[in-house]
Design a protein around this ligand. Structure first.
Ligand code: THU
Length: 159
């Protein structure tokens, strides 16, 4: 038997320790929670994608009475960014969650399906996406979704 370990590095910043661009992206994700349509969970998630040319595209979770028909904030933002700017890579993604009148102290991390979609976007443009998870106690940052998705499956896995 052989064993190997998979590790990930997460940096936790106070907002004022982030670059101006990253602070702006986190604020955009926080703002985007206000556009959430979450009548069932009352859990409002916002996401903001920064493109290589500096443009920011936001999204929020959009729920549905037929629950599986809804979509998370991360995928809403990324699909919108890719649909509107197919030739411009996504370089960073910020995520924030607001419920019961406040932002969460511990950040949420993207669900499995969103991780897989973020990975596809990294693969598509051939560059990592910096992910910023906002919590009131700190912003947790990873340099690529690969830190959140060990043993991932991408197009190259089929070769
Ligand atoms: N949700 C997101 O939008 N992003 C996440 O990272 C986790 C969960 C949404 C889906 C659903 O509308 C609500 O939050 C509760 O799960």
């Amino acid at each position: 038997m052989k064993q190997y370990d998979i590790t990930a590095s997460v940096c936790v910043y106070q907002p004022d320790e982030l670059s101006a661009d990253d602070q702006q992206l986190v604020r955009a994700a926080m703002e985007a929670t206000r556009t959430s349509y979450a009548p069932y969970s009352r859990f409002c998630v916002g996401a903001a994608a920064r493109l290589a040319d500096g443009q920011v595209v936001t999204g929020s979770n959009q729920e549905n009475a037929a629950f599986p028909s809804g979509l998370c904030a991360e995928r809403t933002a990324l699909f919108a960014a890719n649909a509107q700017h197919p030739d411009t890579p996504v370089v960073a993604l910020a995520i924030a969650a607001f419920t019961q009148g406040h932002f969460l102290s511990d950040p949420i991390s993207p669900c499995g399906a969103c991780r897989q979609v973020i990975l596809e976007v990294e693969d598509r443009y051939g560059q990592p996406i910096r992910i910023l998870l906002y919590g009131t106690e700190g912003v947790h940052v990873v340099d690529s979704v690969k830190a959140l998705l060990p043993l991932y499956f991408v197009s190259a896995s089929m070769k």
